[in-house]
Design a protein around this ligand. Structure first.
Ligand code: ATP
Length: 212
């Protein structure tokens, strides 16, 4: 009988390196379920969340019928915590259903672990109850700012505003079973840190796929 996959949540502040860590896990054959991608799909043209968003926030957050104005939506939720809570209450159940659908699909290959890339894991308490372990990708606030500015062209103030709307670094670290400190390390070194935390990464994906 094969053992159930460990459900590993990956989280971290903006620009901490979650995607980088997830790409390394995926390279090792670990299925990665991307909550952000699912969230974007829910709010893309024709997305499942659009009718409820229109009902809750009205035309002001739409470019055209069925096409969300992401800048307007983002501005609204950053400026109004109540609107942010309302949007989250609306999106999270939909995202959760799709995450579980993808997880069931991934489990068919009997991997030792399924990774869940969930940026707002700490903010949304329910995640903790459906995950076995949480890996927090951590770095200094200034490094987050530098990386995001370099990647997106946002100003330091804009990045700080996003960071202020996320959990604090201390709150994230409190939720961690494992911490990967992604500061002044190369991608290879991150891979080594992951292999030290998760010895099963040394086993090739072919092994567990064959033993399914
Ligand atoms: P977001 O929350 O915005 O999705 P993230 O936490 O997924 O970000 P990444 O996209 O992995 O973070 O990393 C942010 C940027 O920093 C990327 O351009 C990535 O290539 C770079 N980066 C991450 N880790 C390192 C590192 N150790 N050395 C150099 N660059 C890095």
């Amino acid at each position: 009988m094969t053992q159930a996959a460990m459900r590993l949540g990956i989280t971290g502040g903006i620009g901490s390196g979650k995607s980088t860590v997830c790409a390394l896990l995926a390279d090792k054959g670990i299925p990665v379920i991307d909550a952000d991608a699912i969230s974007r799909a829910c709010t893309a043209p024709g997305g499942a969340a659009l009718p409820a968003i229109a009902q809750a926030f009205g035309d002001a957050v739409f470019e055209a019928p069925g096409i969300l104005n992401r800048d307007a939506m983002r501005a609204l939720v950053f400026d109004q915590p109540q609107a942010r809570a309302q949007l989250q209450a609306l999106l999270h159940p939909m995202i959760a259903v799709e995450i579980e659908r993808q997880a069931s699909q991934a489990a068919l290959a009997s991997p030792p672990c399924i990774a869940f890339d969930i940026p707002l894991l700490v903010e949304s308490k329910r995640w903790r109850t459906v995950l076995d372990r949480v890996l927090v990708v951590d770095c200094q606030a200034q490094t987050q700012i530098d990386r995001v500015m370099q990647r997106s062209g946002l100003t330091a103030e804009s990045v700080q505003k996003i960071m202020a709307a996320q959990s604090t670094r201390a709150a994230r670290l409190q939720c961690a079973d494992y911490v990967l400190f992604n500061e002044s390390v190369t991608i290879d070194e991150i891979g080594q840190q992951l292999a030290a935390i998760f010895p099963f990464l040394e086993i090739s994906s072919r092994h567990w796929k064959n033993s399914a």
